[in-house]
Write a protein that binds this ligand. Structure first.
Ligand SMILES: Cc1ncc(COP(=O)(O)O)c(C=O)c1O
Length: 396
């Protein structure tokens, strides 16, 4: 494969919205991926916290083969078997009673927002449509999801945004309390802010939001798109806080890389979405749901959340050890295998240098280096990643 030619075609034929790194990836196996030049990379980004079971996991590959040869797509004009089983399994392993399937995280959040508006209007009053989200959040790129996203850099050029959204500082219960009123349809937050810099709220934050919602009738929507499916060391991140949401959005790791989103809620809330109110051509198709079913079952069978908790502690300890010698790391924070190292310098050059040294990692915000490896990572993988990070930081 002529890599230079591929770069040229990429620049010619792609819209220029992505700042892609100068490698072309062609193959993956477990924790590793390879580029067109045969270079091997240890993958501690997991395609933005997606490939929880790693690359080419035999059960996932088997499910893809079987589902592809059985039934790729039928519309939601009909029932299909894997979609029903996946909805049932997700409900059996969460607070939820009903599920709506879509194709991405943004779409799962769009659905949650539409659901909250319809619920607010029907159960309370016509002006109960406001969504309160938080500064520094990330909820996706579609118009309502990007409006909910509390980062102005994602808004520029796309105004006017969707009306009916307010933002308050994250992890600030008093601010949320002041913002909630009888127009509030829902509070929408990430249990841990991922893209915004791996910010973990105080222990009383989610319980406090739960109480505010109970008192006001607003729905608590938790965006578990990045934190869900075991990434933080529990199947769902809300389990750490001992409270349940009214609505939860899931995507990313649900089918280990196939496009799927899900919006989960209780039956009484879901009941406002009567036939014809919402829909999607591809959402919940038999191919993606069959693969998601196997992925989710594998996560449960292989006790992936507990593994992520154990290995995550090991990785955090390792980063904190590095931080004692490398003062560019100001703080290491994380839960399970969603980990951020706050730096005193921009993260992008360090991410680039790690990649050149054979390690794929992410940034989150300008100065946070984010590690979100596949949840199958073990201590040896962490040692290798830590060794590369230490070497890169030592050379700066
Ligand atoms: C918390 C959160 N919500 C929503 C999204 C958007 O998901 P998608 O890119 O699948 O639309 C992301 C993606 O990074 C995310 O991290």
């Amino acid at each position: 494969m002529d890599t230079k030619q591929l770069f040229e075609w990429s620049a010619t034929y792609h819209m220029p919205n992505f700042a892609r790194a100068p490698i072309v990836l062609v193959r993956g196996d477990g924790m590793r991926v390879w580029d067109t030049e045969g270079h091997e990379y240890l993958d501690f980004g997991a395609g933005l916290a997606v490939t929880a079971l790693g690359h080419s996991h035999p059960r996932v590959t088997g499910a893809i083969r079987e589902a592809g040869a059985t039934l790729l797509h039928v519309s939601n004009l009909y029932h299909n078997v894997p979609q029903i089983h996946l909805a049932k399994l997700l409900c059996e392993h969460s607070f939820a009673e009903q599920v709506y399937f879509s194709n991405s995280g943004a779409e799962a959040n769009e659905t949650a927002i539409k659901l909250a508006r319809k619920y607010g209007k029907e159960r309370f009053s016509t002006d109960r449509y406001e969504i309160i989200a938080t500064h520094n959040s990330f909820h996706g790129r579609t118009m309502a999801a990007v409006t909910a996203t509390g980062q102005p850099k994602y808004h520029h050029g796309f105004e006017p945004l969707v009306p009916g959204f307010k933002h308050v500082p994250y992890n600030d219960l008093r601010a949320m309390e002041r913002a909630v009123d009888n127009r509030t349809a829902a509070i929408l937050v990430e249990p841990i802010q991922g893209e915004g810099g791996v910010h973990i709220p105080d222990d009383d934050y989610l319980p406090g939001l739960r109480k505010l919602c109970d008192e006001s009738g607003a729905l608590l929507i938790l965006d578990e798109i990045q934190t869900g499916i075991g990434r933080t060391g529990r199947l769902w991140s809300y389990e750490h806080a001992g409270v349940e949401p009214d609505v939860m959005t899931v995507a990313k790791a649900l089918a280990n890389g196939l496009p799927i989103g899900a919006t989960l809620t209780r039956r009484d809330i879901a009941s406002v979405m009567t036939p014809g109110t919402h829909g999607s051509t591809f959402g919940g198709n038999p191919f993606c749901t069959a693969v998601a079913l196997v992925c989710f079952t594998t996560v449960l069978d292989e006790k992936i959340p507990a593994k992520a908790a154990r290995v995550g502690r090991y990785l955090i300890d390792g980063l904190r050890r590095i931080a004692t010698d490398r003062p560019v790391i100001r703080e290491v924070r994380g839960k399970g295998l969603l980990i951020g190292a706050e730096l005193s310098a921009p993260a992008a050059p360090i991410v680039d240098a790690c990649r050149d040294a054979g390690l794929l990692i992410l940034s989150a915000g300008e100065k946070v280096m984010r590690l979100a490896p596949p949840l199958i990572a073990d201590e040896r993988d962490c040692d290798r990643a830590l060794e590369i990070i230490d070497r890169v930081l030592a050379a700066r």
